[in-house]
Design a protein around this ligand. Sequence first.
Ligand SMILES: NC(=O)c1ccc[n+]([C@@H]2O[C@H](COP(=O)([O-])OP(=O)(O)OC[C@H]3O[C@@H](n4cnc5c(N)ncnc54)[C@H](OP(=O)(O)O)[C@@H]3O)[C@@H](O)[C@H]2O)c1
Length: 263
Amino acid sequence: MEKWAVITGASSGIGEEFARQLAAQGYDLCLTGRRADRLEAVAAEARSQHGVRAEVVAADLGTDAGMRQVETWISSHAPIEMLVNNAGFGIRSLFVDSGPDPVVEMIAVHNIAPVRLIWAALPGMKQAGHGTIINVSSPAAYASLPGNGGYAGTKSFLNAFSESLARELEGTGIRVQVLLPGFTYSDFHKRPAYQDVDLYRSIPKFMWQTSEYVARTSLKALKRGGLYCTPGLLYKLLVLGGRLGFARLARGSILSRFGRDKK
Ligand SMILES: NC(=O)c1ccc[n+]([C@@H]2O[C@H](COP(=O)([O-])OP(=O)(O)OC[C@H]3O[C@@H](n4cnc5c(N)ncnc54)[C@H](OP(=O)(O)O)[C@@H]3O)[C@@H](O)[C@H]2O)c1
Protein backbone atom coordinates (compact mmCIF):
# COMPACT_ATOMS: atom_id res chain seq x y z
CA MET A 1 0.00 0.00 0.00
CA GLU A 2 1.22 3.53 -0.77
CA LYS A 3 2.52 5.48 2.23
CA TRP A 4 3.98 8.77 1.06
CA ALA A 5 6.09 11.06 3.22
CA VAL A 6 6.76 14.53 1.79
CA ILE A 7 9.90 16.10 3.26
CA THR A 8 10.91 19.67 2.55
CA GLY A 9 14.60 20.50 2.82
CA ALA A 10 15.58 16.87 2.23
CA SER A 11 18.85 17.67 0.45
CA SER A 12 20.93 17.81 3.65
CA GLY A 13 20.97 17.76 7.43
CA ILE A 14 17.83 16.95 9.40
CA GLY A 15 15.62 16.55 6.31
CA GLU A 16 18.04 14.11 4.70
CA GLU A 17 18.00 12.06 7.91
CA PHE A 18 14.21 12.05 8.02
CA ALA A 19 14.33 10.70 4.47
CA ARG A 20 16.78 7.96 5.40
CA GLN A 21 14.88 6.86 8.52
CA LEU A 22 11.41 7.04 6.96
CA ALA A 23 12.60 4.99 3.98
CA ALA A 24 13.86 2.39 6.48
CA GLN A 25 10.33 2.34 7.94
CA GLY A 26 8.93 1.62 4.47
CA TYR A 27 7.67 5.09 3.54
CA ASP A 28 7.70 6.15 -0.09
CA LEU A 29 9.36 9.54 -0.34
CA CYS A 30 8.76 12.87 -2.03
CA LEU A 31 11.93 14.88 -1.47
CA THR A 32 12.04 18.61 -2.05
CA GLY A 33 14.67 21.33 -1.91
CA ARG A 34 16.58 23.38 -4.48
CA ARG A 35 19.72 21.21 -4.90
CA ALA A 36 18.35 18.61 -7.30
CA ASP A 37 21.61 16.62 -7.44
CA ARG A 38 21.63 16.15 -3.67
CA LEU A 39 17.96 15.18 -3.65
CA GLU A 40 18.55 12.63 -6.42
CA ALA A 41 21.37 11.07 -4.39
CA VAL A 42 19.15 10.79 -1.28
CA ALA A 43 16.35 9.31 -3.42
CA ALA A 44 18.70 6.80 -5.08
CA GLU A 45 19.93 5.61 -1.67
CA ALA A 46 16.34 5.14 -0.42
CA ARG A 47 15.38 3.14 -3.52
CA SER A 48 18.44 0.91 -3.50
CA GLN A 49 18.67 0.30 0.26
CA HIS A 50 15.00 0.05 1.18
CA GLY A 51 13.17 -0.69 -2.08
CA VAL A 52 10.77 2.24 -1.60
CA ARG A 53 9.66 4.72 -4.22
CA ALA A 54 11.40 8.08 -4.05
CA GLU A 55 10.52 11.11 -6.16
CA VAL A 56 12.30 14.45 -6.33
CA VAL A 57 10.59 17.81 -6.66
CA ALA A 58 13.26 20.48 -7.04
CA ALA A 59 11.57 23.70 -5.95
CA ASP A 60 12.41 26.99 -4.26
CA LEU A 61 9.97 27.40 -1.38
CA GLY A 62 10.85 31.08 -1.22
CA THR A 63 8.74 31.53 -4.35
CA ASP A 64 5.08 31.16 -5.19
CA ALA A 65 5.92 28.90 -8.15
CA GLY A 66 8.02 26.60 -5.96
CA MET A 67 5.31 26.29 -3.34
CA ARG A 68 2.77 25.54 -6.09
CA GLN A 69 4.96 22.73 -7.46
CA VAL A 70 4.98 20.95 -4.10
CA GLU A 71 1.28 21.65 -3.42
CA THR A 72 0.43 20.13 -6.79
CA TRP A 73 2.51 17.04 -6.06
CA ILE A 74 0.76 16.59 -2.70
CA SER A 75 -2.75 17.06 -4.12
CA SER A 76 -2.12 14.62 -6.96
CA HIS A 77 -0.82 11.92 -4.57
CA ALA A 78 -3.50 12.26 -1.88
CA PRO A 79 -3.69 10.96 0.72
CA ILE A 80 -0.11 11.44 1.84
CA GLU A 81 0.72 9.87 5.20
CA MET A 82 3.30 12.35 6.45
CA LEU A 83 4.39 15.93 5.79
CA VAL A 84 7.66 17.14 7.28
CA ASN A 85 7.98 20.92 7.00
CA ASN A 86 11.70 21.11 7.57
CA ALA A 87 13.20 23.52 4.99
CA GLY A 88 14.85 26.49 6.63
CA PHE A 89 17.87 28.76 6.88
CA GLY A 90 19.41 31.44 9.08
CA ILE A 91 20.30 35.07 8.52
CA ARG A 92 23.24 36.93 10.05
CA SER A 93 22.67 40.58 9.28
CA LEU A 94 21.00 43.33 11.22
CA PHE A 95 17.55 44.13 9.87
CA VAL A 96 18.38 47.84 10.00
CA ASP A 97 21.19 47.17 7.48
CA SER A 98 19.76 44.36 5.31
CA GLY A 99 16.23 45.67 4.87
CA PRO A 100 13.21 43.42 4.50
CA ASP A 101 14.15 41.06 1.63
CA PRO A 102 15.92 38.26 3.57
CA VAL A 103 13.21 38.31 6.25
CA VAL A 104 10.44 38.25 3.65
CA GLU A 105 12.10 35.22 2.01
CA MET A 106 12.37 33.56 5.41
CA ILE A 107 8.68 34.14 6.14
CA ALA A 108 7.93 32.43 2.82
CA VAL A 109 10.11 29.37 3.48
CA HIS A 110 9.43 28.98 7.24
CA ASN A 111 5.77 30.02 7.39
CA ILE A 112 3.91 30.50 4.13
CA ALA A 113 5.19 27.26 2.59
CA PRO A 114 4.29 25.10 5.63
CA VAL A 115 0.83 26.69 5.84
CA ARG A 116 0.18 26.08 2.14
CA LEU A 117 1.57 22.54 2.15
CA ILE A 118 -0.44 21.60 5.24
CA TRP A 119 -3.54 22.92 3.51
CA ALA A 120 -2.73 20.81 0.45
CA ALA A 121 -2.23 17.69 2.59
CA LEU A 122 -5.21 18.04 4.94
CA PRO A 123 -8.15 16.99 2.70
CA GLY A 124 -6.54 13.62 1.91
CA MET A 125 -5.48 13.04 5.52
CA LYS A 126 -8.94 13.95 6.79
CA GLN A 127 -10.59 11.56 4.37
CA ALA A 128 -8.15 8.79 5.26
CA GLY A 129 -8.67 9.45 8.99
CA HIS A 130 -4.94 9.51 9.67
CA GLY A 131 -1.76 11.41 8.88
CA THR A 132 1.19 13.15 10.52
CA ILE A 133 2.49 16.69 10.21
CA ILE A 134 5.91 17.54 11.62
CA ASN A 135 6.88 21.21 11.72
CA VAL A 136 10.59 21.73 12.36
CA SER A 137 10.94 24.76 14.58
CA SER A 138 13.70 25.79 17.00
CA PRO A 139 14.32 26.74 20.63
CA ALA A 140 15.20 30.10 19.05
CA ALA A 141 11.43 30.66 18.85
CA TYR A 142 11.68 31.73 22.49
CA ALA A 143 14.70 34.03 22.11
CA SER A 144 15.33 37.54 20.90
CA LEU A 145 17.93 37.33 18.14
CA PRO A 146 19.39 40.60 16.88
CA GLY A 147 20.66 39.91 13.35
CA ASN A 148 18.28 36.98 12.95
CA GLY A 149 15.01 38.38 14.23
CA GLY A 150 13.11 36.84 11.35
CA TYR A 151 14.27 33.42 12.51
CA ALA A 152 12.93 33.86 16.05
CA GLY A 153 9.74 35.38 14.66
CA THR A 154 9.03 32.75 12.02
CA LYS A 155 9.75 29.86 14.39
CA SER A 156 7.46 31.50 17.00
CA PHE A 157 4.72 31.62 14.40
CA LEU A 158 5.24 27.96 13.57
CA ASN A 159 4.86 27.01 17.24
CA ALA A 160 1.72 29.08 17.81
CA PHE A 161 0.12 28.00 14.55
CA SER A 162 0.87 24.33 15.25
CA GLU A 163 -0.60 24.55 18.77
CA SER A 164 -3.89 25.83 17.38
CA LEU A 165 -3.88 23.41 14.45
CA ALA A 166 -3.29 20.44 16.74
CA ARG A 167 -6.34 21.41 18.76
CA GLU A 168 -8.44 21.84 15.62
CA LEU A 169 -7.40 18.36 14.51
CA GLU A 170 -8.15 16.57 17.79
CA GLY A 171 -10.23 13.48 17.08
CA THR A 172 -9.42 13.39 13.36
CA GLY A 173 -6.56 10.91 13.62
CA ILE A 174 -4.12 13.52 12.28
CA ARG A 175 -1.11 14.12 14.52
CA VAL A 176 0.90 17.34 14.69
CA GLN A 177 4.41 17.54 16.10
CA VAL A 178 6.60 20.60 16.58
CA LEU A 179 10.26 19.58 16.60
CA LEU A 180 12.71 21.81 18.49
CA PRO A 181 16.27 20.66 17.67
CA GLY A 182 19.25 22.19 19.43
CA PHE A 183 22.44 23.14 17.59
CA THR A 184 22.65 20.40 14.97
CA TYR A 185 25.45 19.35 12.61
CA SER A 186 24.08 19.95 9.11
CA ASP A 187 24.66 22.38 6.24
CA PHE A 188 22.85 25.12 8.19
CA HIS A 189 25.97 26.81 9.58
CA LYS A 190 28.02 26.19 6.41
CA ARG A 191 25.84 28.51 4.33
CA PRO A 192 27.29 31.86 3.14
CA ALA A 193 25.49 33.77 5.92
CA TYR A 194 27.68 32.00 8.50
CA GLN A 195 31.00 32.22 6.63
CA ASP A 196 32.50 34.74 9.06
CA VAL A 197 31.97 32.64 12.20
CA ASP A 198 33.03 29.17 13.20
CA LEU A 199 30.13 28.06 15.37
CA TYR A 200 31.56 24.54 15.63
CA ARG A 201 34.43 26.10 17.58
CA SER A 202 32.64 28.82 19.51
CA ILE A 203 29.74 26.69 20.73
CA PRO A 204 30.75 23.92 23.15
CA LYS A 205 30.69 20.42 21.76
CA PHE A 206 28.19 19.14 24.31
CA MET A 207 25.60 21.50 22.82
CA TRP A 208 25.74 19.87 19.37
CA GLN A 209 23.44 17.13 18.19
CA THR A 210 23.56 15.00 15.07
CA SER A 211 20.82 15.13 12.44
CA GLU A 212 20.49 11.38 12.84
CA TYR A 213 19.68 11.79 16.57
CA VAL A 214 17.24 14.65 15.96
CA ALA A 215 15.24 12.75 13.32
CA ARG A 216 15.30 9.52 15.34
CA THR A 217 14.06 11.29 18.48
CA SER A 218 11.26 12.96 16.53
CA LEU A 219 10.03 9.73 14.95
CA LYS A 220 10.22 7.89 18.27
CA ALA A 221 8.23 10.67 19.96
CA LEU A 222 5.42 10.24 17.43
CA LYS A 223 4.63 6.91 19.02
CA ARG A 224 4.27 8.58 22.44
CA GLY A 225 2.19 11.47 21.16
CA GLY A 226 2.39 15.04 22.48
CA LEU A 227 2.79 18.20 20.46
CA TYR A 228 6.35 19.29 21.25
CA CYS A 229 9.44 17.17 20.78
CA THR A 230 12.72 18.60 22.10
CA PRO A 231 15.67 16.24 21.65
CA GLY A 232 18.09 16.19 24.60
CA LEU A 233 17.74 17.15 28.28
CA LEU A 234 19.78 20.34 27.88
CA TYR A 235 17.40 21.71 25.28
CA LYS A 236 14.34 20.52 27.21
CA LEU A 237 15.54 22.77 30.06
CA LEU A 238 16.38 25.66 27.74
CA VAL A 239 12.98 25.42 26.10
CA LEU A 240 11.31 25.36 29.51
CA GLY A 241 13.21 28.54 30.39
CA GLY A 242 12.19 30.00 27.06
CA ARG A 243 8.54 29.17 27.57
CA LEU A 244 8.69 30.86 30.97
CA GLY A 245 9.97 33.99 29.23
CA PHE A 246 13.64 33.93 30.32
CA ALA A 247 15.27 33.59 26.90
CA ARG A 248 13.90 36.83 25.48
CA LEU A 249 15.31 38.66 28.50
CA ALA A 250 18.75 37.05 28.27
CA ARG A 251 20.88 39.36 26.17
CA GLY A 252 23.92 37.83 24.51
CA SER A 253 22.87 34.29 25.39
CA ILE A 254 24.43 31.41 23.47
CA LEU A 255 21.32 31.22 21.31
CA SER A 256 22.06 34.71 20.03
CA ARG A 257 24.94 33.19 18.04
CA PHE A 258 22.28 32.12 15.58
CA GLY A 259 22.24 35.83 14.77
CA ARG A 260 24.69 38.72 14.93
CA ASP A 261 24.55 40.93 18.00
CA LYS A 262 25.05 44.67 17.72
CA LYS A 263 28.67 45.78 18.08
N1 LIG B 1 21.08 23.08 12.43
C1 LIG B 1 20.62 23.62 13.54
O1 LIG B 1 21.40 23.96 14.45
C2 LIG B 1 19.14 23.82 13.73
C3 LIG B 1 18.66 24.09 15.01
C4 LIG B 1 17.30 24.26 15.21
C5 LIG B 1 16.43 24.17 14.13
N2 LIG B 1 16.92 23.91 12.87
C6 LIG B 1 15.96 23.84 11.76
O2 LIG B 1 16.09 22.58 11.14
C7 LIG B 1 15.64 22.68 9.78
C8 LIG B 1 16.63 21.95 8.88
O3 LIG B 1 17.86 22.62 8.92
P1 LIG B 1 19.25 21.85 8.89
O4 LIG B 1 19.94 22.14 10.17
O5 LIG B 1 19.09 20.46 8.48
O6 LIG B 1 20.03 22.71 7.78
P2 LIG B 1 20.46 22.37 6.28
O7 LIG B 1 21.31 21.16 6.23
O8 LIG B 1 20.98 23.64 5.72
O9 LIG B 1 19.07 21.99 5.60
C9 LIG B 1 18.13 22.97 5.26
C10 LIG B 1 17.25 22.43 4.16
O10 LIG B 1 16.30 23.45 3.81
C11 LIG B 1 16.30 23.59 2.41
N3 LIG B 1 15.97 24.96 2.01
C12 LIG B 1 16.51 26.11 2.47
N4 LIG B 1 16.00 27.17 1.80
C13 LIG B 1 15.12 26.66 0.90
C14 LIG B 1 14.30 27.22 -0.11
N5 LIG B 1 14.28 28.54 -0.36
N6 LIG B 1 13.52 26.40 -0.85
C15 LIG B 1 13.54 25.05 -0.65
N7 LIG B 1 14.31 24.46 0.28
C16 LIG B 1 15.10 25.26 1.03
C17 LIG B 1 17.71 23.21 1.97
O11 LIG B 1 17.67 22.72 0.64
P3 LIG B 1 18.39 23.42 -0.63
O12 LIG B 1 19.59 24.14 -0.14
O13 LIG B 1 18.67 22.25 -1.52
O14 LIG B 1 17.33 24.31 -1.18
C18 LIG B 1 18.06 22.09 2.92
O15 LIG B 1 17.63 20.86 2.42
C19 LIG B 1 15.47 24.17 9.50
O16 LIG B 1 14.11 24.51 9.54
C20 LIG B 1 16.21 24.84 10.65
O17 LIG B 1 15.67 26.09 10.95
C21 LIG B 1 18.25 23.72 12.66
